[in-house]
Write a protein that binds this ligand. Structure first.
Ligand SMILES: Nc1ncnc2c1ncn2[C@@H]1O[C@H](COP(=O)(O)OP(=O)(O)OP(=O)(O)O)[C@@H](O)[C@H]1O
Ligand SMILES: [Mg+2]
Length: 369
């Protein structure tokens, strides 16, 4: 979802070239642009010169381990936390020093932060009251916002009469009612149980697409990030380590930090990789996903990838059932790795101590920088 120019006015006879030029400049610029964003708490740097370009209407997820700076980055964009250095711009205008209420940015937090003594309708309409929008328009927009999150029937209830998922939908309606230019969401689904979470993900993505709303969403759930996002920004220690769509991040991680976070990759030093791949790997480190390794107990086997490498003999040392996946821990004479296979039923499970040969799908092995 790339930006389109919303400002491409119909070109008058005079000034057509100038209009076209401006439209082109708008189309090529990011809608939300971060440059050199830095923040420390005391001596500890938490955001280290972050640059990012997010397009209009794009759904971007910040993914990363606890403490890497995701919430801090969101708070600086919302204006809830000041920057030490850098610049934040929306649609070409810097907002770095604007107070939060003048940024036109909506935010939804992990814990709903609803006003307990206000009805759902009053919670949702709060931002409009602050902006002194008249009652008739307020009513209409509350109704629209509640319809969007499918909660019209609950307008008169109070937060304590709602489920967690419903409360979070009220928080979303409250953030959307002011028609923000950007929506920031900090782990909005992580307090909910798995089933509701799945449902709300779909609802959220559908609303975001309907409104074509530029959204920055925080999670540390890899699956959630992959399902929802146009692009994922993977953060580590206050930096953006890699960004791209879900597939590129998952299958082509550029560093061990990314590999260990997005795909439970096995990593190998040069000597180990040489044993697995059967050729000199020239001092480089490698990573391979558990599902790109193949276990063979009784040779010969037809279930090998087209380019399997020489194979490493070993033994199963542990087995974990992960629903549709069975993860085996295999030891090949000191070289230890995880191998994922599809759980095809009890009669196919291999016991610990079973001798096996591990083959790597050589085309799926990644060199680490
Ligand atoms: N107000 C504060 N004062 C001091 N240190 C802070 C403050 N807010 C955050 N930090 C520190 O900054 C770092 C980043 O925090 P942040 O909340 O941005 O992480 P996060 O990526 O959102 O983590 P999580 O996934 O656990 O929510 C952490 O080490 C945290 O302890
Ligand atoms: Mg956080």
């Amino acid at each position: 979802m790339r930006s389109s120019s919303a400002t491409a006015a119909p070109a008058a006879k005079t000034g057509r070239a100038a209009e076209t030029g401006r439209a082109a400049a708008t189309a090529s610029a990011a809608y939300l642009r971060l440059r050199g964003v830095q923040k420390s708490f005391g001596e500890t740097p938490v955001l280290q010169a972050i640059d990012a370009d997010i397009d209009r209407g794009e759904f971007v997820t910040l993914l990363g381990p606890s403490g890497c700076g995701k919430s801090t980055l969101l708070r600086t964009i919302a204006g809830l936390s000041s920057l030490d250095a850098g610049d934040i711009a929306v649609a070409g205008e810097t907002i770095t020093h604007l107070p939060p209420q003048r940024r036109d940015i909506g935010m939804v937090f992990q814990h709903y932060a609803l006003f307990p003594n206000m009805s759902v309708a009053d919670n949702v309409g709060f931002g409009l009251r602050m902006r002194r929008v008249n009652q008739a328009e307020r009513r209409e927009r509350i109704d629209q916002a509640l319809t969007l999150v499918d909660l019209q029937a609950h307008a008169r209830r109070f937060p304590h009469q709602l489920s967690g998922g419903q409360r979070q939908r009220v928080a979303l309606a409250r953030a959307l009612i002011t028609r923000p230019r950007i929506l920031l969401m900090d782990e909005p689904l992580s307090a909910l149980d798995a089933k509701i979470r799945q449902h709300l993900r779909e609802q959220l993505r559908s609303i975001q697409q309907t409104l074509s709303l530029t959204t920055l969403f925080v999670t540390h759930d890899q699956e959630e990030a992959m399902m929802l996002s146009d692009r994922i920004f993977l953060m580590g220690e206050g930096r953006i380590l890699q960004h791209g769509d879900a597939e590129s991040l998952y299958t082509r991680p550029a560093s061990e930090a990314v590999a260990s976070f997005v795909g439970a990759y096995n990593t190998f030093d040069a000597e180990q990789a040489t044993r697995l791949l059967g050729h000199d790997t020239q001092g480089r480190r490698f990573a391979v996903r558990p599902e790109a390794l193949y276990l063979v107990a009784d040779e010969p086997s037809s279930s090998l990838p087209p380019n399997p490498g020489p194979g490493c003999p070993g033994r199963i040392v542990a087995r974990q059932l992960l629903g549709s996946i069975v993860r085996y821990r295999v030891d090949c004479d000191g070289l230890s790795m995880n191998v994922d296979t599809l759980n095809r039923g009890a009669r196919f499970l291999m016991a610990t101590k079973t001798p096996v040969v591990v083959y790597a799908d050589v085309d799926e092995v990644r060199v680490m920088s």
